[in-house]
Each structure stands twice: as C-alpha cells, then as structure tokens.
Design a protein around this ligand. Sequence first.
Ligand code: WAQ
Ligand code: MG
Length: 269
Amino acid sequence: MQFSVKMRSAKGGPHEKGGRHISGAERILEESDVEKGVVAMLRRARNHQRGKADFISIKIEEIKEDDVIFKPLIAVHSCIAKNVAQGHAIAKEKLQGVGVSALAIERGFGALLALKDSIRGAMLFDAFTGERLDTFGKRGVRVTKMDCADAAEYEEKLAKVGLTGEHVREALVLASKVASAPGMVAELCWSDDPDYVTGYVASAIGGYTRIPIMKEMGSSVGGRIFFVKHGCDTNVLSEYLQEQLVLITFGGNADVEARTNFTKQTAIN
Ligand code: WAQ
Ligand code: MG
C-alpha cells in the first residue's frame, strides 16, 4: 500500500496567517517507509537553513495504485555560468528557444526578482502575453503527489553521473512531472535555500538545463515560474499539478547516460 505524504512548514505561524515559508516536501511512499519519511520531513522543517519552523503541516493520504500514472525522467543537460548575469542569460535563451516570448520572460524574471521573500508555490505565467494567470497570490501553485518510481534505481543511476543530493532529486522529479503537464511550455527555477545557488530551466522539448548560478550566495529568495500555453485551461493544469499522482521512471531506458547529456555550453556574455 502506498501513501502520498506532503509537508509544508513556516515560521511565525501558518502560511495562511502570514507565516514565513520555510520548507516543503512531497513524496509517494510505501507504508513501511512512511514513518521514516515523516521523521525526515519533521527534521527538515526544524533544522532548515531558512530558519526553524514553528508551524509544520504533514498530510498523509492512502492512495489507490490505479490512480498512479508513470512519466519519464526529464533529460538533463549542464552548462557553465560564472555569475548570476551569465546564468540568467542562459536561462532566457533556453526559455526563448522553447517558445516563451521575450515579454513573458521579462515578466517572469521580473516577478521572481521582485519577491521580497519566497512564496511556497509556483507562479503561472502565460508564455505568450506574460500575464500572471494563477490567483493564488502568496501561495502559488504547489506541485504535489509525485516521486521516483524506484528510489534505489534512481539513486544508483544518478550517482553514476554525479547527480546526488536531495535538491537535485526533488527538482528532477518535480520538473519531470511539470514538463508532462497539459499546456506546460517551460519552467524557470532557483532555490530559496541561502547556500544553494543552482537553478534550471526545464521543458518537455528542451529537457532540464542545470544552471550553476542563478542568484547570489546567501540570498533566501528563490521561486518557480511555470510558463503555460496561451489559452490553456489553467484549472485542468492546476488539477494535474496538485492532484495527479505521478511516478517518475527511466522510461524503459536502462541507461541514464542516454538521458543525461553533459555537453557543456558556455555563456553568451
Ligand atoms: N510546487 C511548486 N513550487 C514549489 C514547490 C512545489 N512542490 N517546491 C518549491 N517550490 C517553489 C517555492 O516558491 C520555493 O520557494 C522555490 O520553488 C524553491 O524551492 O539541479 O531547491 O525547494 O541542482 O528551494 C534547483 C536545482 C533546486 C537543483 C531548487 O528549490 C539542481 C530548489 P526549493
Ligand atoms: Mg528551499
């Protein structure tokens, strides 16, 4: 039997009462792993770089196996950027390359850079007009109910290509689910953990480009923008992101190296 386990934590009270977002997590776990998973989430919320959460919500729901769908792990690419300006330039080029308009890119970056502090979810932007589409304000759209189909296989294969750690696993799983969503064009992300400056641009067509520096070290403002097709049904999309159970597989491709193209790309400026 499997369970969806999700956590959100804040400091200064619950998010909805103005508490500051500390950290969240989402897993799909076998019954025998739930306790361990819950303890790990509790520890994360209480010992986080962003602060010690005083509000922690952990929701555990039994799931029906028939409701789970499988999607492939997104292909991973890397690039070189020596500073934030180069990182942003690469991200913009990647977004433009998969059909996000210059205006939408400008507005998306503008929205992330204007945040005084991180919100707990992602902002939805029209990839053509650059209009913000979600009405969640400070909450944003939270992607949940996803995990690796086989955690041990994932760890082993990704370790072989040097991609270890929770940030990477969580981001790859999330980006793989997001890229598979109906109406999604591309995602832009960087972490809100002060000492983690890596970010990425991801899309179904272009894969996941890891960008080594997307913000200054020490900054605790990060976030995610989902650029969606002009005219797409955002209710269907949000339902998929928030409710559809998705497990990420290697898509029948036994060799992760085939999915992981480490061609180096150098910044353009
Ligand atoms: N759904 C929607 N938005 C989310 C979610 C989620 N489940 N989790 C986080 N966010 C948003 C939220 O605004 C956070 O402030 C922001 O994203 C950053 O979250 O290849 O660690 O968990 O080395 O801090 C990317 C690079 C790391 C990984 C991203 O994000 C790599 C990261 P964080
Ligand atoms: Mg974080």
